[in-house]
Write a protein of this length. Sequence first.
Length: 568
Amino acid sequence: MDDRIWHQHYDQGVPTSLEYPDLTLSALLVKAVADYPDRPAIHFMGTALTYRDLDEAVGRFAAALQGLGVGKGDRVSVFMANCPQIVIAYEAIWRIGGVAVPSNPLYTGAEFGHQARDAGSKVAVCMSMMWDRVTRALPDTSLEHVVVTNIKEYFPPALKVLFTLFKEKSGGHRADLSGEPRAVWMKDLMAAAPASPQPVESSPDDLAVLMYTGGTTGVPKGVMLSHRNLIANSRQLQAVSPGLREGEEIMVTALPLTHSYAMSVCMNHSIDRGYLQVIVPDARDIKGLLGTIDKERATLLPGVPALYSALSAHPGVTGGKYDLTSVAQCVSGAAGLPPEVQRRFEELTGGKVVEGYGLSEASPVTHVNPLHGGRNGTIGVPMPDTDAKVVDEDTETETMPPGERGVLCVSGPQVMSGYWNQPEETAETLRVHADGKTWLHTGDIAVMEEDGFFRIVDRKKDMILAAGGLNVYPREVEDVLYEHPSVREAGVIGVPVGGTDQRAKAFVVVDPDHPVTAEELIAFCGERLARFKVPRMVEFRDELPKTFVGKILRRELAEEERRHEQGG
């Protein structure tokens, strides 16, 4: 395309177009084992797994899943925190032609159950600390089996003993499966399984993942990502990261692997390139994360602005206790990267931190700043083989000229095939334009500058951006508030308005004959929503601003809140 003016900004050696292998994700691990059998694939809490070790565990668990009746195209829910078992689960599901359905480990039983039910999951793989939530969801799902694993299974022997004695029970990691015939321990299942599964014929165009997201409308739905989509995004990421050495880099996976960002940028990318993946179970443990980066001499650290800010400000870093100079490249996503956060982290590491952009519907990365010559305040330029443009906000049909705001649209090999069982939503989001290409309408408001850099000027309509890349869709919170018998109307926004680390605030009109306190409403939501979605504040109103047809105007609530924050 002659109008891909952004190609002029690509770093030296970065190609504008790529050749993509006709492979499945499972084949990437097979190749890594052939090339680097004895290279560490995973480090976790002091335990090392080579690529050969990982492959053997994947083969055995794949056979075990086949023994539970999982066949090609069957969905398997993955409800886990970061640990080796989640990598094994993903790879085993793909090896037998199954479809992974990741669920955020912070989800309540109701939220997990909704996803498993909507996907029609046949089996779930979960951590023991999530077992209670899964049991509450089981009656309303089609799950035939639940495979349970304890986070300690891949701890070194001494640490496993200490964890069992002092932390397992208090941390909620013990699970009693005796009363549920559908449940089985992962370690027992693998011990009894054959070493490898029966071969399954799979195609790159087969569905690999149902990644649930609020999409561009806020209604949770499953993004259908094929093996081809995800491999394309892995290869695009490699292309725009010049200087990285195949089989030698050390990737820190601190972001949750049930999120599309970490699944692609950390896990798939690492296996595709034969990197060592250092898995961190809890990114909120900043001290532990710093110790891991220092000890492992990590070179790659994908993250979000709040994470880089917290690492830079830690006394152990400012005091010189931790050495971060091994870090060479970081891609920051989920929110705008403040220039001061970027500058400070680059000073500490000597590496590069660049802002990128993506969404689950695109596997997820579509834009990234060049390592050299990037531009603060922008999401950079489109990836190789990725087209992007801005269309008018009203009809989303007219291409806007550079400098004019509108809805960002993207097209490329990483774009999803659609939403699971949501043909109307798919047709609204994926549209064939006059050029014959299918374009993903992101819902984000952007501007393309004259020379091809893109800026996001407004995030998806009304989406709340919580730290760590967690997206909260107001409608989901409002729907829960409306379940309370005292609530007549509800509108939810993120505060501080325009911030990159927001919390939900609810504006509520209640039935005067049935009063309720803010504390009671917050507790009510806490029983039904993940912690990061629960409103931190409730403001009672006599009425809420509405459109002509009666739709509550969240934007007006946000503007009122902004004026209040500014003292107006």
